[in-house]
Design a protein around this ligand. Structure first.
Ligand code: ATR
Length: 311
């Protein structure tokens, strides 16, 4: 087999001079399952594209984005700790990313035949014209898509939701849930002022959502804290509350491990449960669709993620 056709991990490399690139930039990034997911999708779509993971220190982020643009990458994903700082490093940023204060997807674009900006990945060849970087946030929408799918719950209007956490992921989820028209949103966080600030923001932007601190029960409880990533982490909510309030559904944004102590306890209390794998999947699918203008092969991407993370 020629050197450029070696089998490696989840896909055939087959890299040549026409191969086009995407990457996730993070620090650390070695744990990322995104290369497995995207490379499986590229192979399925017959695209001669490859997706890499690059560890980039915060001080080098601007240079890395400019470098990718200069090399005519198709696009980038950004992960911890780059999502917020990238906002000021891009040529244009979508309104939803500005609102959330975070960018997780960058599309490199060029003027198309009619002068409108189009993604480089939507064109058959690399153009020589001007290129701009365009920032998006696909995290919040992918969270809600995953939630609806996992719980077969198409309409969240009027729901009572208890959200644990008030960091970046929780804020994105809270604003998106409010946009979906949930009835009451309760936010609990170790640092109470952060929860209060987020609730105040929601009260201003979405006055129909009733903000409060602790419901007697809920249609859904979400763990958006980092508690559960380590095996000896405490539960993000008291076991007593879970046992006595028995929320209908419990969602953990953590997907590694597949079942956190929170999800185990929620299941034992009778809740329907789901982890955050779907969120990872749908943010990846949304990025791929922005880059390629083609429908993402969802089941191929899901299988690649499961294999990479759980096999
Ligand atoms: P992300 O971008 O993943 O949301 P983050 O913004 O750092 O990350 O937020 C982490 C969340 O986990 C926060 O809600 C944080 O609570 P604080 O706002 O009080 O920091 C929560 N968290 C992290 N470690 C925690 C711990 N040991 N106990 C309780 N909550 C914790």
């Amino acid at each position: 087999m020629p050197y450029n056709q070696r089998m490696s991990g989840d896909c055939i490399e087959g890299i040549g001079a026409g191969t086009r690139l995407c990457a996730v930039l993070g620090c650390p990034v070695r744990h990322s399952a995104s290369p497995a997911m995207h490379n499986a999708a590229f192979a399925e779509l017959g695209l001669d594209w490859r997706y890499l993971a690059a560890e980039v220190a915060p001080a080098d982020l601007r240079a890395a984005i400019l470098g990718a643009k200069a090399m005519r990458f198709i696009g980038l994903n950004l992960t911890v700790p780059h999502k917020t700082s990238a906002l000021e490093m891009l040529d244009v940023v979508e309104e939803n990313a500005r609102l959330l204060g975070a960018v997780n997807t960058v599309v490199f674009e060029t003027p198309g035949p009619d002068g409108q900006w189009v993604p480089l990945g939507g064109l058959p060849e690399n153009p020589v014209a001007e290129i701009r970087s365009h920032g998006h946030n696909t995290d919040a929408a992918s969270f809600v898509r995953s939630l609806k799918e996992e719980f077969q719950w198409p309409d969240l209007r009027g729901a009572t939701i208890l959200l644990l956490g008030a960091g970046g992921a929780a804020r994105a989820a809270a604003l998106r849930l409010a946009e979906e028209g949930v009835g009451s949103l309760f936010i609990v966080n170790r640092t109470m002022e952060k929860a209060a600030r987020l609730m105040a923001e929601i009260a201003v932007r979405f006055p129909s959502v009733i903000p409060a601190f602790m419901p007697e029960s809920a249609d859904l409880i979400i763990n958006a804290t980092s508690l559960g990533l380590k095996p000896d982490d405490p539960l993000p909510i008291s076991l007593d509350w879970l046992k006595f309030s028995r929320p209908k559904r419990a969602y953990d944004m953590i997907y590694r491990p597949a079942e956190t102590a929170f999800l185990r306890a929620a299941k034992a209390a009778g809740c329907q449960t789901a982890n955050g794998l779907g969120m990872l999947l749908y943010q990846g699918a949304a990025a791929l669709e922005l880059w390629s203008l083609r429908p993402a092969p969802i089941e191929i991407m899901r299988a690649a993620l499961r294999k990479n993370i759980y096999a």
